[in-house]
Structure formats: C-alpha cells, structure tokens
Design a protein around this ligand. Structure first.
Ligand code: ASP
Length: 342
C-alpha cells in the first residue's frame, strides 16, 4: 500500500500521448467501433479528469496521434529517447504514456528494456473511445498517473495500469477484442492494483529491466532503424513461401509463432534450414497465448541453432531479438542467454 510513503512535494508526472482509442472520437456515443483513433489531444484528455490535480502536477506532451496498430520502430526509438530525457530531469518523478491497446504490450516491453531510469513508467489505454458511453479512458488515466506518482512504483520496471490492475510490461497481453477488461498477465499474474488513488503491490518482477538492461538505443539511427525481424505463424497447411520470401528480402531474424510448445510445421522447418545457413536468427515462441516454450531434445533447437522464447509471446520475442541484433549479438548461445535473462 502506498500509505506512509510519499514525496515531500506534490509529485510531477509527465504524460506523453501517442493516440489510441482512449483519444478516439465517434459521431455517436453508442459507437465503440468505427471511430477514429488518436483525434482527441492530450490537453482535452487531461481536462476531462480534474481529479488528477489531487494526485500530481502534470506536464503533458503530444508525441503522436496514431492508431497503435500503425506503430513502427521509428516511433519506438523516438519514444524511448524522449522518456529517457524526461526522466533524467530531477523535477520529474514519473511518466505516463497514453497508448492504443493493440500494440501496448509491445511498446511496454520495448521500454522495459530501453528506459534508463528507475522512476515509474506507466502505460495506459482504453477500450472505448473518448466520446463513448461508459468510456474507460479517464479512470484508466487517473489510475496511471496515481501509479506513476507513487514512490512504491520505483524500480519495478515498466508497468501498465488498466482496469484497476497493475501489470508488468513483460507479462501483459491483450486477451479481448472488445471487453473493457481487455488485458491479462497469463502464467505470472498481475503485480497489484490501483484504485481510488491508492496503490497496492502484491509482487515484484524478477527478470532484468530498465536500469539493469544492457540494451541502449542511443546508437540506433531513427532514419535507419532496427534490424528487420518478422514473425511467421505455424499452422496446419502452412507453406514455406513466407519464410523463403523473408530470407530473400534479407531479414536478420525470424520469430516463429509455433504450435503448442513452439513446434514448427515440417514445411517451415525445411525453409528455416536455409535461413539458418544464411545466419538469420530464429526464435521459437508459441501462438497459444499462455505457457512457456521450453528447449527440449525433440525440438530442432540444437540441430539448427534455434532460440526458445520461454514465456515471451511472439511480439515481445521480436522486440528482444531486434534489440539483441542491434547490439551485434547473433550467436545462438548468446541469444538464448538473453532470452533466459530478459
Ligand atoms: N486500434 C486502437 C489502438 O490500438 C485500439 C485501442 O486503443 O483500443 O490504437
């Protein structure tokens, strides 16, 4: 509980808005699909929540106005750099990122690995547009700022405040296309709760993140971003042409969203032999949505030099692989040790 732990002054929280449904506008309040994402500016979002005044001094910035389905590496780099600059300032205590729900889990994990501060970074979003009946964005925003302003949230890695729950960046995933309670942290569970301007944690994350992470983005050029890594799904009837095309296109890494424990259709596996001969890094993850991809004797890991993603879903495995390749690490045993650690 955050009772008894407080800053001497009212905390200052930077709020960076990127768009999403939380900033979505529709012509009809009954509309929860078919709206336009990212239309409502950060000032209007904040003005709708006067209760924020009790919690923190806010410094707002509009970083983008996109539907998060359209997010790209360049925006990730811009965002991570801006977060690091702001958190280096003594008078900023925490930071909130207003995001779309669709790729929120990817941005959260990206920042979990690239933020160079222990100060709280909290992502939030909404399932219903700003103009909708029972819109969920304002309460999520209040909860996110409450969490970012809480000293007990320091050094816990990047967090997500959504539907009163606190999720860790590594664990969270979107599990519903429509429900207001759209996120879960399968296997690991949530980290705690934020409700009525109070924060309660029940556990800490143990994997390496933020200030202990080796991944630095300063050397990465925004114009010529990260090494190309793409995701390929394995399923009944899968054809190898997708992998062959990626190999021909010169990708540096492929993440397989495999069946079950990251198993791969024989047809795809044959194409991966060719990919590995060209030193393209290949990670096995699972399309299942929960569980763990373990290395085992039956898997082609040792034979082909494939990496198993553990509990990282394919989208987050892609983030880690891109960052590792950007640092110049491509040897399978080194990559596997990174996947075991982060
Ligand atoms: N398409 C929207 C986005 O991710 C969905 C949302 O925010 O809920 O920006």
């Amino acid at each position: 509980m955050n009772v008894g732990v407080s800053y001497k002054r009212r905390p200052t929280v930077a709020v960076l808005a990127t768009g999403g449904t939380i900033a979505g506008e529709a012509s009809d309040a009954a509309q929860t699909i078919g709206y336009t994402s990212g239309v409502v500016g950060v000032d209007r979002l904040l003005a709708a929540v006067p209760e924020l005044d009790d919690v923190a001094v806010i410094r707002a910035e509009q970083v983008a106005r996109i539907d998060s389905k359209d997010l790209d590496d360049a925006l990730w780099i811009t965002l991570a750099r801006r977060v690091n600059v702001l958190l280096a300032q003594d008078d900023i205590d925490g930071l909130v990122i207003v995001h779309g729900t669709d790729t929120l889990e990817e941005t959260a994990y990206w920042l979990h690995l690239t933020v160079t501060s222990a100060k709280p970074v909290v992502l939030t979003a909404a399932m219903r547009p700003f103009t909708a009946l029972s819109a969920d964005g304002s309460l999520n925003l209040l909860n996110a700022v409450t969490l970012a302003a809480c000293p007990d949230a320091v050094a816990r890695g990047v967090l997500v405040a959504f539907s009163n729950r606190i999720h860790g960046a590594r664990d969270i995933t979107k599990v519903s296309t429509y429900a207001v309670d759209a996120f879960a942290s399968p296997e690991s569970g949530i980290l705690g709760w934020v409700q009525d301007k109070r924060v309660e944690f029940q556990r800490r994350v143990t994997r390496v993140h933020t200030i202990e992470s080796v991944f630095k983005i300063n050397a990465i050029d925004t114009q010529n971003p990260l090494p190309a890594v793409q995701i390929v799904v394995s399923y009944a009837g899968a054809m190898r042409i997708v992998i062959d095309a990626l190999v021909d296109a010169g990708v540096r890494g492929i993440v397989i969203a495999g069946t079950g424990n990251g198993s791969i259709h024989t047809t795809l596996q044959q194409a991966l032999v060719n990919a590995r001969m060209r030193s393209i890094a290949v990670v096995r993850s699972s399309r299942v949505g929960s569980g763990h991809v373990m290395r085992n004797g039956a898997a082609p890991d040792d034979l082909l030099g494939l990496i198993s993603a553990g509990t990282l879903n394919p989208y987050k495995a892609r983030v880690l692989l891109m960052l590792a390749l950007a640092q110049g690490w491509s040897e399978p045993t080194i990559l596997q040790s990174l996947f075991d650690k982060y």
